[in-house]
Design a protein around this ligand. Structure first.
Ligand code: UD1
Length: 418
């Protein structure tokens, strides 16, 4: 099993280029199932999750060419006949459930294993299913699978009890061919939703209001392939911003959309980190002392839950006490136990973590319990005394493209060993 070996690193310096967004490319690839002909997706990040999605879409009948050097995927979906997603693939990646909306729209049936719980909570799919059934689908749940069938889908008004990213995406895709108009209310407003809607509209869909909490989808008759460039990954960008801050470095982060990073920029500035928005990207200059701040994770444009663990690494070395409240997922503090093993002083009370800043962390053996927890361990290891050995790094590779190479190019003492 591969591990990351990280030694205390000098302040990071240089320029890093952010990859295309994981959370955009996955739904965009599933949306390709909706069209006839070929689509070309640009700036595709080289991630394990994209490999799993490729396997799943090929299983359903798509033909895919992935040029990793050019970072392009060409996908042709003329012959989608298979409607069942294999358990082995869905159990590896929850985003696989996002094929359900497109399959239902395109071939009027889908059978997908129910995603189980995961390291960050139970993560139900009730809102996705509520949306499909409002469009007229019959939903059957048995033997660990969800089956959905529809002779035809008809537009409806759907109110989401919570602005779920996945449910908004799945329902939006299910509704593209529905008769009449679908309105999703209390929809998620994340940039990835807008990216998906832009892709679907370029394929011929009629979606308005993406990026607001009310999305209107007028049903159309057919979609065709198109070319689309994925937006930059705001969580990868945020992770590098914290890397610059925690090592008291000076790095320029290229290929970013500043607007998508507002909550992260605001919190870094509150910590007294210097963040400069330039034409070329975002420059982060760490200061000697980091001020403690309080954080509450919220749906966009609030502070992203995916940045909660990486930011906690920074706060664990701040002056004073910070409180982090996780409101999006029920159990997203798995990194805390590992950070404590490195000397962080953190106490969990329900959905809050109370962090008393320390001025020294010490490297040891730790385990990446999930993707963002893994990122937080890397960040802490960069400033910890002695050596940190991180295992289960496949979680990190699911969502960060060449993270250790990018960090090493900035001067980090990081090495991947088998
Ligand atoms: C997506 C992102 C993930 C991010 C999350 C929140 C992808 C591939 N993943 O995940 O990185 O952390 O958004 O920004 O884009 N919920 C329900 N019922 C449902 C659906 C969701 O109760 O049917 C709950 C979840 O359990 C969770 C909350 O809603 O507590 C948010 O989940 P959601 O926005 O759906 O996240 P994902 O789409 O799974």
């Amino acid at each position: 099993m591969a591990k990351l070996i990280i030694k205390k690193s000098p302040p990071l310096k240089g320029t890093v280029k952010i990859s295309g967004s994981k959370n955009s490319v996955l739904p965009i690839l599933t949306a390709s199932l909706l069209g006839q002909g070929k689509s070309k997706i640009l700036d595709v990040p080289d991630l394990k999750d994209v490999v799993i999605m490729q396997d799943l879409l090929q299983h359903l009948g798509a033909s895919i060419k992935w040029d990793k050097v050019k970072k392009e995927i060409e996908i042709e979906t003329d012959n989608i006949k298979e409607y069942e997603a294999p358990y082995e693939l869905v159990s590896k990646m929850r985003a696989s459930f996002l094929v359900m909306g497109p399959l239902l729209a395109r071939i009027k049936k889908a059978k997908i294993p129910l995603p189980g719980g995961c390291a960050i909570g139970s993560r139900p799919v009730d809102l996705h299913l509520k949306g499909f059934s409002a469009l007229g689908a019959e939903i059957i749940q048995e033997n660990g699978y969800v089956e959905a069938y529809a002779d035809k889908l008809v537009g409806n008004k759907i109110y989401l009890d919570f602005p779920s990213v996945g449910a908004t995406e799945n329902i939006m895709m299910a509704a593209v061919y529905a008769e009449g108009t679908t309105i999703i209310e209390n929809a998620a407003v994340e940039p990835e939703i807008v990216d998906l809607a832009n892709y679907l509209n370029a394929m011929g869909a009629d979606i308005r209001g993406a990026g607001t909490d009310s999305i209107k989808i007028n049903g159309v008759k057919n979609l065709t392939g198109t070319s689309h460039c994925v937006i930059p990954d705001r969580i990868e960008a945020g992770t590098f911003m914290v890397a610059g801050a925690i090592t008291r470095g000076d790095i320029l982060i290229e290929n970013v959309v500043s607007d998508h990073l507002k909550p992260i920029i605001a919190k870094l500035k509150e910590c007294r980190v210097e963040v400069i928005e330039t034409d070329k990207g975002i420059r982060v200059c760490g200061k000697d002392s980091i001020k403690s701040v309080d954080i509450k994770t919220l749906p966009y444009p609030g502070f992203p839950t995916d940045m909660q663990a990486p930011f906690m690494s920074l706060l664990s070395m701040a002056e004073g006490t910070s409180v982090v409240i996780e409101t999006v997922f029920e159990n997203r503090f798995m990194h805390v136990g590992e950070l404590k093993r490195m000397g962080a002083k953190i106490k969990i009370e329900g959905r809050s973590a109370i962090i008393d800043g320390v001025n020294k962390l010490t490297g040891t053996q730790v385990r990446a319990t999930d993707l963002r927890a893994g990122a937080s361990l890397i960040l802490s290891a960069l400033v910890a005394d002695k050596t940190t050995e991180i295992s289960d790094i496949y979680h990190i590779e699911r969502g960060y493209s060449e993270l250790e190479k990018k960090l090493a190019a900035l001067g980090a003492n990081i090495e991947k060993v088998k």
